[in-house]
Design a protein. Structure first.
Length: 214
């Protein structure tokens, strides 16, 4: 007597509804792009641009004066080049004199921050401050550039080693102004650049007072 084999029971599978939590879980575990500060790259870029513009302007003025008016520049400027540095006692006077020049863009940046509280005053105040900074900066570029053009290598040797340090200090001060002009600077940068400018001016004053010209 034969027994009929029953077919194997089919697995009863019910379709499952898609899990609603999977996309949310994937979204949670997906690595998020790192957020970068927009202030620091922008400030570094402005500092580089400021230094480049000032350096190119000095080179341009020096080249023009050297080619067409070197003797006139020497007669008008009458720079004295002492054989020996003045000594450490003169460092404070050098520092305060240079600090007055750096104080112009630093003060202008502070005034811009105060003017930002009044929207109507920002536009007119910014134009006035731009004009003042442009005049002060332009006059100093013309004088220093004319000195390089008129005296040539002698002026270059005398400007070392303190000259590049002074230039870096002034670029920091100008970047404070350009950053404030573009908007509210980062809190850390608002203290970092002015502090760097003052510190560099102090170093430059000591170098000018005690280091012999190269």
């Amino acid at each position: 007597m034969t027994h009929r084999a029953n077919p194997p029971a089919r697995a009863q599978t019910e379709p499952r509804a898609p899990r609603q939590t999977e996309p949310n879980l994937a979204r949670r575990i997906r690595p998020q792009p790192a957020t970068r500060s927009r202030h620091q790259p922008g400030t570094a870029r402005q500092l580089t641009v400021t230094a480049t513009v000032i350096l190119l302007a000095l080179i341009l003025v020096a080249a023009v004066v050297h080619l067409i008016a070197a003797a006139s520049a020497r007669r008008l400027l009458s720079f004295a080049f002492p054989a020996r540095p003045p000594g450490l006692d003169a460092a404070w006077g050098i520092f305060t004199g240079n600090l007055r020049l750096a104080a112009a863009p630093l003060t202008a940046a502070l005034l811009l921050q105060l003017a930002n509280r009044d929207g109507g005053a920002v536009k007119h105040g910014r134009a006035l401050l731009d004009a003042i900074i442009t005049i002060v900066l332009g006059l100093n570029i013309v004088i220093v550039g004319a000195g390089f053009g008129g005296y040539g290598p002698r002026m270059i040797r005398y400007a070392l080693p303190h000259g590049p340090v002074e230039l870096a200090a002034y670029c920091c001060a100008l970047t404070v102004y350009t950053t404030a002009r573009a908007g509210h600077p980062h809190t850390r940068e608002a203290w970092l650049l002015p502090s760097a400018s003052v510190a560099l001016l102090a170093v430059a004053a000591v170098l000018e007072a005690v280091a012999s010209p190269i």
